[in-house]
Design a protein. Structure first.
Length: 133
């Protein structure tokens, strides 16, 4: 079976990379579009703009960031990123299916805690349980 070709709103990845960021933002939902517009209108000291410049200057290097609200754009596809989840950095590889999503969506901040059965002496009912089991 042949591998299905990836399309984002009817455009191939090569076409998306050739587009300007302004043209790409027109295809995004409103929340992501506003976030990218703020990134483009930012001053040089803004973290979002620093991250974008770091990606374009060092395409093969892994990038570490705390910026979870950064929208994934076509230039980022294929790069390895370390995103902070509040405790540690988690590594993810950016794929074409992640386009238009936020970085934080792929690195969870909460873990599911699963408790085991209570031990002997944990409650009043365990005083009747045989220890020689």
């Amino acid at each position: 079976m042949a591998k299905k070709e990836f399309l984002f709103h009817g455009k191939k990845l090569e076409e998306l990379k050739a587009m300007s960021i302004e043209d790409f933002t027109k295809m995004l939902p409103s929340r992501q579009r506003r976030s990218v517009k703020r990134m483009l209108a930012a001053k040089d000291s803004d973290e979002r703009l620093k991250l974008h410049k770091k990606m374009t200057k060092q395409p093969g290097k892994k990038i570490r960031t705390h910026r979870r609200d950064f929208v994934i754009i076509p230039e980022m596809v294929g790069t390895m990123m370390s995103i902070h989840n509040g405790k540690e950095f988690k590594d993810i590889l950016i794929t074409e299916k992640m386009l238009g999503h936020f970085l934080g969506e792929y690195v969870g901040t909460r873990t599911f805690q699963q408790h085991s059965a209570p031990g002997i002496g944990a409650s009043r009912s365990t005083k009747f349980v045989s220890v020689r089991v």
